[in-house]
Write a protein that binds this ligand. Sequence first.
Ligand SMILES: Nc1ncnc2c1ncn2[C@@H]1O[C@H](COP(=O)(O)OP(=O)(O)OP(=O)(O)O)[C@@H](O)[C@H]1O
Length: 462
Amino acid sequence: MLKQQTILIIENTTPGRAVLSDFLTQHNFHSITVSQEQLAVHQIEQSVDLVLIDLDQGDQDALQQLRYWKNHKPETPCILVSSSDNIDTAVAAMKQGAADYLRKPVNSQKLIQSVITCMRSTRNAAPAVSASQHRPSQRGFENIVGQSGAMQEIFEDARRVAQTDSTVLITGESGTGKELIAEAIHRNSPRAAEPFVTVNMAAVPEHLVESELFGHTKGSFTGATESRRGRFEAAHHGTLFIDEIGDFKLESQAKLLRVLENHTITPIGSNQDRHVNVRVVAATSHHLEKLVEKGRFREDLYYRLNVINLKLPPLRERNEDIALLVDSFMNQICQQIQRERPELSAELHQYLVNHTWPGNVRQLRNCLESMVVLSKSGRLTLDDLPDMLRNGEGVHDGIVIPEGIRLEELERTAIQQTLSRNHGNRTHSAKSLGMSVRTLQRKLKAWGIREQANSFARNGSS
Ligand SMILES: Nc1ncnc2c1ncn2[C@@H]1O[C@H](COP(=O)(O)OP(=O)(O)OP(=O)(O)O)[C@@H](O)[C@H]1O
C-alpha cells in the first residue's frame, strides 16, 4: 500500500472537498484541498503526487487548469472527475494529458483504483527530467515515427530549416507531434547545445503571459515577490518553442512582434532592454489566417511567424503510420514499466489502425499505455480498450466534423469505423452503411485498404 502520498484536490465546493479529502484520508493518502480561485503558485511549485480536478467548476476552467498543470508539472498525473456526459470534454481532457477521467457519481473503489494506477504508472515511468514523460530521451528526427509521404516531406523540410535561423510556424491538430518536430529542429540546428525552452500559451493565465515570456522585476505587480527571468532569456542562444500561439491576446502580440524584430526584451517593471539571441519556433492548432480575418491575430505578426510553415497532418490522414507507431510505443511503454510486451489480437490491431484518433498520436499512445498498465494477461484484445474508446469515441457519434475535412475523408472514416465495428465483415458493414458490398469493395480497393480488410477477415476469430 502506498504510504502518505499527497493528493491535491481542486474542487470548488466545500462539501465536495470534505468528502473527497475524508475518503482519501481513510485510504492513507494525505490531501490538500483548494478551490480553483484559492490555487496559488506555491501549491503548484510544491511536490504533490497526484492532482484531482473537479470538472464541475466549469469545463473550460478545469481544462485550462489541467493544461496549466501539464505544462508546469508534466510528470504529475491529473485525474478529472465530472458529472457531465459531454464526450467532447472527456476527449479534450485525455488529449491534454489527463491520466484518467471519471464520471460522477464515482464509485469509491474505482476512484482508489484509478489513483493507485495513475501513481504506479508515473513511478514506473522514466525519471521526470524532460518536459514530457512520454518523450524519447534522444529527441532528434530518428525518434519521430512516420513513413507516410506526408511525414517524409515534413522531415525533409524540417531538416532543411534546422540549418537556418528562420522563424518556423508548425500547424496541426493537437497531439500530431508539433512539439516533437520543434525539438528535433532544435537538436539538428547549430543551436543544439544551447537550451530548448517551451511555453504553452494556452496554459498560461492571461495576466501572467508577459511575465512568463519577458520576466519581471521584484515588486512589479502584486505577487511578484522575486525577480524572475522570462522564457526568452532562458532560451538565450537557443530555441524558444511557443505552443498555441493563437491564444495570445492582442496586446501581448504587439510585444512579441517587437522582440522578433528587435531581439530585445523588457522585463515587466524594468526600464532596461535586454538583448536576446533566440530562434523562435511557434505552433498552433488554430487556423491563424481565420483569426487574422476576425481581427484576433495581428497580420504583421502572422507574416513574421509564418516564414516557414510545416503542416502536420492528423493521424487519420496517415493510417499507414499507425502500425509503426503502435509497434514503437508498445516497445517504449513496456521498457519504461519493465513489462514483457503483450501480444495484440488481430481485431485489436485492426481497430487501432482504423480508428480516427481525434486526439492523434498522443491519444494513441495514451490508449496503449493504459491498456498495457492495466492488462492482466500477456494478450491484449478489444476488451482491453479504455471505456471511452469502447463507447464509440472517435467514431464521430455526435458527428462533429472537423473544419476543412473532405467528403471523401468522411466517407473513408465512416467505412473504416463500420468495418472495425463489424470485425471486418464486409456484408454486415455494407448493410449498415446502406451500400452494396460491391460498392464497398470498390472503395476499399481504391483506397488501398483491401488487404487490411482481407487479413482482418482471415484473422477475425483469433
Ligand atoms: N510521429 C511521432 N512519433 C513518435 N511519437 C510521436 C509522434 N507524434 C507525436 N508523438 C508523441 O505524441 C505525443 C504528443 O506529441 P506533441 O506534444 O509533440 O504534439 P503536439 O502537436 O505538440 O500537441 P499539442 O498541440 O496538444 O501541444 C508525445 O508523447 C509525442 O512524443
